[in-house]
Structures are given as structure tokens and as C-alpha cells.
Write a protein that binds this ligand. Structure first.
Ligand code: DC
Length: 224
């Protein structure tokens, strides 16, 4: 056995990263690592402790005391399964405070690296290929137009019974793009060695097929 295979999938909110990363991990038999879940769990922990999110020092002190981990795919906060709670829309709006905090980022990076152990993983996030696994054998940047991403997210929410308006979803995605790209620490950026895939108009299966081929090519190269 050689070194573990790391596949890093980054990109803006709504580009299809989660769906693609999960399916790809299943096909390859790799662990799926959702790094955004860690930022969400830390945010949930702060809200539960009534921390003023606009005060970075208080946030850091609180997060240091939390025990955040991924057990397989499931995020845990202080021993509690928080897979459902971290998806609440009102929490999604607040994650940016934690994502913009360098000390929190260092801690979450370590949690993600620890969760990967020495396993083959498909990691998904904003800095999976640039910061968490800079040596990843395959780095992918998934993109799509903001309108397409908002349309997909809107359809998802409607399906879940959330009667939100399309314009509201578009606005929320625009605002998350802005905070992901403009934050000083580990902003969302395209790794120099990343494969950029625009998923606008593509079917999920087409994207997964393409990535599966790329990973297999990478693995074959290593066993030559
Ligand atoms: O992918 P997601 O929507 O679950 O991510 C939640 C938030 O966490 C989002 O605001 C961006 C941030 N994030 C990050 O800063 N770095 C990562 N590696 C993953 C997510």
C-alpha cells in the first residue's frame, strides 16, 4: 500500500460539490469528507452557548472548548450527532463568521486531516485542495453560473417543503459567494493544479463519470 489517495473538490455554494463528492466516494469506496460540516458544527456550538458571533476572540475561546469530529460521514459536536441541526437555513447565514476566523480555520483543518487518517478520501469544501490536502493527487474546482446554482438550491429547498422565493435564494448565494471569496484567510480560490469543471447544463452523472476517470488515471499512473 502506498500513500493514501486524496481527491479535493472545491467550489462555490451550490456548484454540486456535495452530491458529486458523495457519489464519487461511493463509486471508489473512499471516505467522503464534508469539511463544511465542521464549520457548521462549530457555528451551532457557538449559537448554543450564546456567543456573540461578531466577537472573534469569544468565538475562538468557545470553539477551542468544543469537541468536533467526523465519525465517517456524520458530524458530532460534543458527542452529539448534529447532521440535521447544522443544515438549518438560519445557521447557514451565520457560518461566515466562523469561516472568516483564522484560528477557527486552523482548528477545522486539523479536524478534517485527523478524520481522513490514512484513508483514501474525497474531501469537499472551499480550501480542500489549497489548504487541507495541498498534496492531493486530484484537485477539482466545480463551478456553475450563479443563476444555475441558485436554481438548483431553490429546487432542493422546495422539495424539502421550504416555500422560499427564487430571488431570495439567489441573493443568499450571492452573499455567500462574496464572503467565501473576499475573506482574508483561505478564501475560495482555484488551486493552480486544479481541474476546473463548469457543471452548468451538465448532469450529475456526467460530472461523476468524468471525475471517476480522472481518479483512475491518477491511480494507474502511480502503479506504473
Ligand atoms: O459547503 P457548506 O455550505 O456546507 O459550507 C458551509 C460554510 O463553511 C460556507 O460558508 C463556507 C465555509 N467553508 C469553509 O470556509 N471552508 C471549507 N473547507 C468548507 C466550508
Amino acid at each position: 500500500m502506498g500513500e493514501p489517495i486524496r481527491v479535493a473538490i472545491d467550489g462555490p455554494a451550490g456548484a454540486g460539490k456535495s452530491t458529486v463528492a458523495k457519489l464519487l466516494a461511493e463509486r471508489l469506496g473512499f471516505l467522503y469528507l464534508d469539511t463544511g460540516a465542521l464549520y457548521r458544527a462549530a457555528t451551532l456550538g457557538c449559537i448554543g452557548r450564546n456567543i456573540d458571533l461578531s466577537k472573534p476572540d469569544e468565538v475562538v475561546a468557545a470553539v477551542k472548548k468544543m469537541f468536533i469530529e467526523l465519525r465517517g460521514r456524520v458530524p458530532y459536536l460534543d458527542g452529539r450527532d448534529v447532521a440535521r441541526d447544522i443544515r438549518r437555513p438560519e445557521l447557514t447565514r451565520e457560518v461566515r463568521y466562523l469561516a472568516a476566523n483564522p484560528a477557527v480555520r486552523r482548528q477545522m483543518t486539523q479536524v478534517a486531516q485527523r478524520a481522513a487518517k490514512s484513508l483514501d478520501v474525497v474531501a469537499e469544501g472551499r480550501d480542500a485542495g489549497t489548504v487541507i490536502f495541498p498534496g492531493a493527487q486530484l484537485k477539482v474546482y466545480l463551478d456553475a453560473t450563479v443563476e444555475e446554482r441558485a436554481k438548483r438550491r431553490h429546487a432542493e429547498l422546495l422539495e424539502k417543503g421550504d416555500n422560499i422565493r427564487g430571488e431570495e435564494v439567489l441573493e443568499a448565494i450571492r452573499s455567500r459567494d462574496k464572503s467565501d471569496v473576499e475573506r482574508e484567510d483561505d478564501p475560495l480560490q482555484i488551486a493552480v493544479d486544479a481541474e476546473v469543471i463548469d457543471t452548468t447544463g451538465l448532469k450529475i452523472e456526467q460530472v461523476v463519470d468524468k471525475l471517476e476517470k480522472l481518479v483512475k488515471k491518477e491511480v494507474a499512473k502511480r502503479s506504473e
